[in-house]
Design a binder for this molecule. Structure first.
Ligand SMILES: Cc1cc2nc3c(=O)[nH]c(=O)nc-3n(C[C@H](O)[C@H](O)[C@H](O)COP(=O)(O)O)c2cc1C
Length: 386
């Protein structure tokens, strides 16, 4: 299989296997899409990505990571997203969204303000903290508030929130839905024994820790129907003492796939913010590829891999060698939104036909001019050397 071959998931065909990983931009007010999001996400579609996954988008206002997260907890948020999905789809890409609830890791500042828990200073600016919820009343780390353990009735309401947000996602034009089940947020915090110490049927055994995520998957599938692909981002390993390891995660992936999840998006970490606990896995190139490969092989489910994928040949090999079915780019795409087009050129199959015709019709002839100049030994600095 090649990087630029299509991938059909249910009723949706991605034109190629390069996707844009969800990335919070902290550019929203009241969960509403801003002009910024339209430009930011649109340029990835124009850049040739087959799939553009919008940032972690809250299913409930208390599930926002920061006050500036996007949301789909209200119908008022649908029209803004339609602007994004229309542009992405018109550019030949598939619009996706990651739905999330930050759980005990909610109510923090933007990363450039250290991601610190919101405090009185934020409250005086009108962005005060809100009550946190989690499987158990255990804080995410130093400085974070202790969350309230969800009651059974609250869990049922929360499942409904996911359902309703997913229905709004489809109404907004998204054709790919991902659930954020990683990085210590609410779904992950139910899965992991580090954060889930419940003694009822939502905690304890692996089966019980899976119960809430599986209820969410079922509700979301019900909301999006049988045609829209569903992805689940997992933390392949917690990295923390007593946390999930890859063996247990393979079994989690198996259960998710059986429940109707089409893609397991393999990330890692985040179960605690305590810096004295070393949870980081080494950031090498394609640092989750061993996890996605193993889950793909053992479960027989499609996988996505993410993490320091930066090079066209590297991305092509990840697909060719069966490490994953999809390669997601995060920071590389921030650096170069045209990376998919550039990768095609580097891999030798670019004719500029893959670009938007407004760009391609100009860049094709320019490429031929540049090739002629190079063949003649001319460089951009030649005139200064004469
Ligand atoms: C600015 C920024 C925001 C991010 N926001 C999210 C997010 O909303 N949801 C998520 O699952 N991961 C998020 N991540 C993680 C990325 O999706 C990706 O997994 C990670 O950056 C590793 O890939 P990369 O090396 O290609 O950047 C974010 C990363 C960055 C840099």
């Amino acid at each position: 299989m090649s990087l630029f071959s299509p991938l059909t998931l249910r009723d949706v065909t991605l034109p190629n296997r390069v996707g844009i990983s969800p990335m919070c931009m902290y550019a929203s007010r009241d969960g509403l899409v801003a002009d910024f999001h339209v430009a930011h996400l649109g340029r990835f579609a124009l850049g040739g990505a087959g799939l553009v996954i919008a940032e972690a988008t809250a299913v409930h206002p208390h599930g926002r990571i920061s006050p500036f997260d996007t949301g789909l907890w209200s119908d008022e948020q649908i029209p803004g997203w339609r602007r994004v999905t229309a542009l992405v789809a018109a550019s030949g890409s598939v619009p996706g969204v990651q739905l999330g609830h930050a759980g005990r890791r909610a109510a923090v500042r933007e990363p450039w303000r250290a991601g610190a828990p919101l405090d009185d200073e934020d409250a005086s600016a009108g962005f005060g903290p809100w009550p946190l919820v989690a499987p158990s009343a255990l804080s995410a780390g130093p400085g974070h508030a202790v969350p309230a353990a969800l009651t059974t009735a609250q869990i049922a309401r929360s499942v409904q929130d996911w359902h309703d947000a997913a229905a709004r996602a489809v109404a907004a034009g998204f054709r790919f839905v991902e659930l954020h089940g990683a990085h210590g947020y609410l779904l992950h915090s139910f899965l992991s024994p580090v954060s889930n110490r419940r003694t009822d049927h939502y905690g304890g055994s692996p089966e019980n820790r899976l119960r809430y995520p599986l209820e969410v998957v079922a509700a979301v599938r019900d909301a999006i129907g049988g045609g829209v692909p569903l992805s689940f981002r997992i933390s392949s390993v917690d990295g923390a003492e007593g946390g999930l390891g890859i063996d247990e995660t393979v079994e989690v992936a198996r259960r998710l796939a059986t429940a109707g999840v089409d893609v397991i998006d393999t990330s890692s970490g985040g179960i605690t913010t305590d810096r004295t606990v070393d949870t980081r896995i080494r950031r090498g190139f394609a640092f989750h590829a061993d996890f996605s490969h193993r889950i793909r092989d053992e479960v027989g489910v499609r996988t996505a891999t993410v993490g320091l994928v930066v090079d066209p040949e590297q991305a092509a090999r990840l697909i060719h060698d069966g490490d994953s079915d999809l390669v997601l780019l995060g920071r590389q795409a921030l650096d170069d939104p045209n990376w998919p087009h550039h990768a095609r050129i580097a891999l030798g199959d670019d004719t500029h036909e893959s670009w938007d015709v407004r760009f391609g019709s100009a860049l094709g002839p320019r490429a031929r001019t540049l090739a002629r100049l190079a063949a003649a030994g001319e460089t951009p600095l030649s005139r200064f050397e004469r």
